[in-house]
Design a protein around this ligand. Structure first.
Ligand SMILES: Nc1ncnc2c1ncn2[C@@H]1O[C@H](COP(=O)(O)OP(=O)(O)OP(=O)(O)O)[C@@H](O)[C@H]1O
Ligand SMILES: [Mg+2]
Length: 122
């Protein structure tokens, strides 16, 4: 019984987490980062990547274009704000504007302290 109560208490203290991953035009990065600072995220990872979407130059080959990928570990309650910030700066209504993926996230660990879940995000 005690273990059950403890488990319930732990669940109440932890918040659902998501990973937000987006691919944007590289020249939009600075503006998106500024907007995300306003949202108040815990951190982010940025990489230069290459990829393609639904367009094809030729039916039998893919054209890889340079894009920028942003990855953010966030609380689920922040996801809509993050998406809005990205759309505000990246949605020009043109092909290749990018894509956002929201993934479930089971856990997060701050390596320095061993803190887990949302306590490890901020
Ligand atoms: N299904 C996918 N899986 C993984 N990465 C993708 C996928 N679709 C797009 N990407 C990545 O996102 C980048 C931008 O995609 P893009 O904006 O061209 O998407 P799209 O679906 O083709 O939409 P649009 O018609 O607006 O161009 C791609 O260069 C690629 O890196
Ligand atoms: Mg495309």
């Amino acid at each position: 019984m005690d273990a059950f109560l403890f488990e319930c208490g732990e669940k109440m203290r932890t918040k659902e987490m998501k990973k937000v991953e987006c691919i944007i035009r590289s020249e939009k990065l600075r503006d998106v980062v500024d907007a995300l600072k306003e949202v108040g995220i815990g951190g982010m990872t940025v990489s230069e990547v290459r990829g393609f979407g639904i367009e094809r130059t030729r039916p039998d080959s893919f054209l890889f274009v340079h894009k920028t990928k942003i990855e953010i570990y966030s609380e689920a309650s922040q996801v809509n704000k993050i998406i809005s910030a990205i759309l505000m700066h990246c949605s020009a209504g043109k092909m290749g504007d990018g894509k956002i993926a929201v993934l479930p996230m089971d856990d997060c660990v701050r390596v320095r302290t061993g803190e887990r879940k949302n306590k490890a995000i901020f």
